[in-house]
Write a protein that binds this ligand. Structure first.
Ligand code: SF4
Length: 364
C-alpha cells in the first residue's frame, strides 16, 4: 500500500501507475473530487496515449492543476530504438530516473509473416529489474548483476510506450530480471494489465517466467489468476543446474517440478519448463532421457531455447540436428516440446541477450 500521507507538491509527485486503481480513486476522493475521475484519467493515458494532464480536456481545469501538482505519468525516457531489417522485432533502451537502463522488446507476428502464421499477435517482452542477480551463465543480463527492482510505473511504462502504435495482445515477463524477485511490483503490474479499469488484456495473454523461486511460485498460484507460468530448468539434474543457474543452488529440480505441478493444479493452466540448449553442456541424448524421466506424466510442456550468443566465447548453440534430436527424444517419451524460434538476434534482442550495452555493439 502506498503511503498517501505527506504528499506535497512537486517533490512528492507520484507516478500514477504506482497506485493501483482503488488507491487512485481514494486519493482523488480524499482531495474532494469525484471517484469517476480516476476512470477518466486512466482512459486518457491508456486509450488516448496522453502523457500530459493539461491535454485531458474533459477534466475541469482545477482538477487538472491538482493532478499536475500531485502526479507524473511517464516514468521512462527513450534512449535508443533498434529494429530488425524486417521490422518484426524492435528493441528499446529506456533510461530510468536514477540513470539505470533497461531493455524491452516488441515482437510482431503478422499473417503474412514468413516466421509463423499467428495472426496479428504482438508480444511485448518486458523487464522487471535493472540487471539481474541470478547469474545464469548463458544470459547477458545475469552477467551485469542486479542494480535494483523496477517500480510498477517503470514496468507499466514499457507497455504504455508500445501500446501507442499497435495493439498489444501478449505480454511476457521475460526481459531483464527475475520477476518473482520483484514480486509486489510484478503483481501490481499484472493487475493493471488485466483490469477492466486498466489495459483490459486477456489473462491468458500474459506469461511470467521465473528461474524458480519456489515460495513465490506458490504465492503466485494463490493469486488465482489465469496467467501462464514458465519455469526455467535448463538442466535435467541438480549437479548441472548448479553450474548453469549458480544462485539458485538450494532449489532442486524435483522442487521446481512439484511447484509447477501445484501451479497447474490450482490454476488449471499448463506450465512450461524452459530449457536453454547449450552445445556440449546440456544437449546430450542422456540429458534428454533424464529430463523426460522427470517430466513424463506431469502434463507440462518443454520450451527448448537454442542458445543465443552473447559476449562470451565459452558457449555455443547446438546444431539443428542436435536440437531436433533432443526434442524428438522428449516427444517419444511422452513429453511435449516446442523449439523457440529465434527473434531479433541481429539486434541482440533474443532470449538471454539483453544487457543495455548491446546498443553499442550491434548494427543500427
Ligand atoms: S535468464 Fe533471467 S533469471 Fe537468469 S540471469 Fe537472465 S534475466 Fe536473470
Amino acid at each position: 500500500m502506498i503511503n498517501l500521507s505527506n504528499q506535497n507538491l512537486i517533490d512528492d509527485k507520484k507516478y500514477i501507475f504506482d497506485y493501483n486503481f482503488s488507491e487512485l480513486e481514494e486519493k482523488i476522493i480524499e482531495n474532494g473530487y469525484e471517484k469517476f475521475r480516476a476512470t477518466q484519467i486512466i482512459h486518457w493515458i491508456i486509450n488516448k496515449n496522453v502523457t500530459n494532464f493539461d491535454e485531458m480536456l474533459n477534466l475541469p481545469r482545477q482538477f487538472r492543476a491538482f493532478l499536475s501538482s500531485q502526479f507524473k505519468i511517464t516514468a521512462l525516457n527513450i534512449n535508443t530504438e533498434q529494429s530488425t531489417d524486417d521490422a518484426a522485432t524492435t528493441k528499446i533502451l529506456f533510461g530510468l530516473e536514477d540513470g539505470s537502463n533497461i531493455e524491452t522488446v516488441q515482437m510482431k507476428y503478422d499473417p503474412d509473416s514468413i516466421i509463423d502464421n499467428s495472426s496479428h499477435r504482438t508480444t511485448i517482452c518486458i523487464s522487471t529489474q535493472a540487471g539481474c542477480a541470478m547469474q545464469c551463465i548463458f544470459c547477458a543480463t545475469g552477467l551485469q548483476g542486479l542494480k535494483r527492482n523496477l517500480s510498477t510505473s517503470e514496468i507499466i511504462g514499457q507497455i504504455l510506450y508500445f501500446s501507442k502504435t499497435r495493439k498489444i495482445t501478449n505480454v511476457v515477463f521475460m526481459g531483464m530480471g527475475e520477476p518473482l524477485a520483484n514480486y509486489e511490483n510484478t503483481i501490481r503490474s499484472i493487475k493493471w494489465l488485466i483490469s477492466k479499469n486498466g489495459f483490459n488484456l486477456r489473462q491468458r495473454g500474459i506469461t511470467v517466467s521465473t528461474v524458480g523461486l519456489v515460495d513465490k511460485i506458490e504465492r503466485l498460484a494463490q493469486e488465482k489468476l489465469q496467467i501462464g507460468l514458465t519455469i526455467s530448468l535448463h538442466a535435467p539434474n541438480n549437479e548441472l543446474r548448479k553450474i548453469l543457474v549458480p544462485t539458485n543452488v538450494k532449489t532442486t529440480i524435483d522442487e521446481l517440478i512439484d511447484a509447477g505441478k501445484k501451479y497447474q493444479e490450482i490454476t488449471k493452466r499448463r506450465v512450461t519448463f524452459a530449457y536453454a540448449l547449450l552445445e556440449g553442456v546440456n544437449d546430450h541424448e542422456e540429458h534428454a532421457i533424464e529430463l523426460a524421466s522427470k517430466l513424463v506424466n506431469t502434463a507440462t510442456h518443454v520450451n527448448l531455447i537454442p542458445y543465443n550468443p552473447i559476449d562470451t566465447e565459452k558457449l555455443r548453440r547446438p546444431s539443428m540436428n542436435k536440437i531436433n534430436l533432443f526434442s524428438k527424444i522428449l516427444n517419444e517419451k511422452g513429453v511435449n516440446t516446442t523449439i523457440r524460434y529465434e527473434r531479433g538476434t541481429e539486434i541482440a534482442a533474443a532470449c538471454g541477450q539483453l544487457n543495455t550495452s548491446s546498443f553499442n555493439n550491434v548494427k543500427k
